[in-house]
Design a protein around this ligand. Structure first.
Ligand code: HEC
Length: 166
């Protein structure tokens, strides 16, 4: 190999390895910790949920039921959307479901979130639970007994109510 060629090869290799590393870095950067404030920042700033698709087959402000509010809008990130559409059975690592809870006057009262974090809580689908107010105050987070107790009735559907995932 000529010297020119081998320098070129090293150069290409460097780029390849470097971009593989930064791609990996980007992926790990994209997923927040299982912690309330980090998750709020993620869904409101880093990757604003209002730009996500709605849960397949739902519209904005559909009628909901207790305890989530009279009207609901449910957003899912891309990972979750694809798994639901493909009836994957369970949602993959990094899936996020964000539900806006509205009063009967259609005023936003709370945002409830489920975030799939492998290893976080294997007994309950590895979901991290979060509830925050429209001004981003955390009301509940983590392994929340109330959320889990009720969602348990749909644990064969990966603890999700809104539609079938299998
Ligand atoms: C008494 C039962 C009950 C409790 C308690 C409850 N949920 Fe739900 N949740 C539901 C039902 C039912 C739905 C389906 C939408 C609807 O009609 O309200 C739902 C839907 C959701 C969704 C959309 C994904 C899905 O499962 O379809 C999220 C996210 C969610 N709940 C988060 C929470 C969080 C966070 C808590 C605790 C702070 C909580 N829920 C407590 C019954 C409950």
């Amino acid at each position: 190999m000529s010297q020119g060629k081998s320098i070129f090869t090293v150069f290409i290799l460097f780029f390849f390895v470097n971009s593989a590393f930064s791609a990996h870095h980007m992926v790990s950067e994209q997923l927040p910790e299982a912690e309330g404030q980090a998750l709020i920042d993620y869904v409101t700033k880093t990757n604003n949920y209002q730009n996500w698709p709605l849960w397949p087959g739902t519209n904005k402000l559909y009628e909901g039921q207790h305890p989530h509010g009279s009207f609901l809008t449910t957003y899912v990130n891309k990972l979750a959307f694809e798994a639901i559409e493909g009836r994957a059975g369970t949602l993959p690592k990094g899936s996020v479901v964000v539900k806006e809870n509205y009063s009967s006057e259609k005023k936003l009262t709370a945002v409830t979130v489920m975030y799939k974090k492998p290893g976080f809580n294997p007994e309950a689908g590895d979901w991290f639970w979060l509830k925050f107010t429209p001004d981003s105050r955390i009301e509940k987070q983590g392994t929340v007994g109330g959320c889990i107790g009720c969602h348990r009735s749909v644990k064969t559907n990966d603890w999700l109510f809104t539609g079938p995932v299998r």
